[in-house]
Design a protein around this ligand. Structure first.
Ligand code: FMN
Length: 210
């Protein structure tokens, strides 16, 4: 059924959304969280969440996170050519949130958030020991985003190729990673909203012809 024009709130972002709060991130939701660990050029560990994040290729595996200006994660990834993605679960939500505090580059957010580190195997930045899965990455490129007029956008996109994958065997069932059992959380729309994936919220659907 086609909705009547009056039933649709339409806006052009360039002229404003006309709502109390920008709905963009509530519409493109839930978004997976890139919990990114890096090392500074002088070796200080850094950890921060990025919800402008996703996997963008599987052959080879490539992931990307987008930074509003050159925050520490982007600066470190650019300086060292390395970053690690860590899965955020419901049990780690509060620690993830603590790691998003606006602190200077000298502050180690692993310590700030009370998190144990675990060594990576191929790259230098440590992993979040309690994450069910982590992805070691080498930086491919940093893309300066631009708008339709060629003006710089507020964000820069860091793209990395996954060169090492860690999976906690507790979440492997018959060789399959049990996403629901890991209870990953995702970012929803407004300031404080999240979604948790659980075994109950997972469902199955085969692709046509598959
Ligand atoms: C769930 C969540 C998602 C976030 N997503 C982003 C994001 O996509 N891009 C961004 O620039 N900041 C994002 N932030 C804010 C950063 O985590 C925050 O600015 C942090 O201090 C950056 O740390 P860093 O300077 O150590 O990299 C997010 C915060 C939270 C809690």
């Amino acid at each position: 059924m086609l909705l009547a024009m009056d039933d649709i709130h339409f806006y052009e972002p360039s002229t404003g959304h006309g709502l109390p709060h920008d709905p963009f991130k509530a519409i493109v939701a839930p978004r997976p969280i890139g919990w990114i660990s890096t090392l500074s050029a002088s070796g200080i560990p850094n950890l921060a969440p990025y919800s402008f994040f996703n996997a963008i290729c599987d052959t080879p595996p490539i992931i990307a996170f987008s930074s509003s200006g050159p925050k520490d994660s982007l600066t470190n990834a650019e300086a060292t050519g390395e970053f690690v993605w860590n899965m955020v679960t419901r049990a780690l939500a509060e620690a993830m949130n603590a790691s998003s505090a606006p602190v200077p580059p000298e502050t180690d957010e692993f310590t700030l958030a009370g998190l144990q580190t675990a060594p990576s195997r191929i790259v230098e930045p440590p992993r979040v020991a309690a994450s069910p899965a982590s992805l070691e990455c080498r930086l491919l490129q940093i893309v300066e985003l631009h708008d339709l007029d060629g003006q710089p956008a507020a964000y820069q996109l860091a793209i990395g190729q996954v060169v090492g994958v860690h999976i906690d065997r507790a979440y492997l069932r018959d060789g399959l990673f049990d996403t629901g059992a890991a209870h990953p959380i995702m970012r929803a729309g407004y300031r404080d909203e999240y979604v948790e994936a659980t075994p109950e919220t997972m469902f199955r659907m085969m692709r046509p012809g598959a």
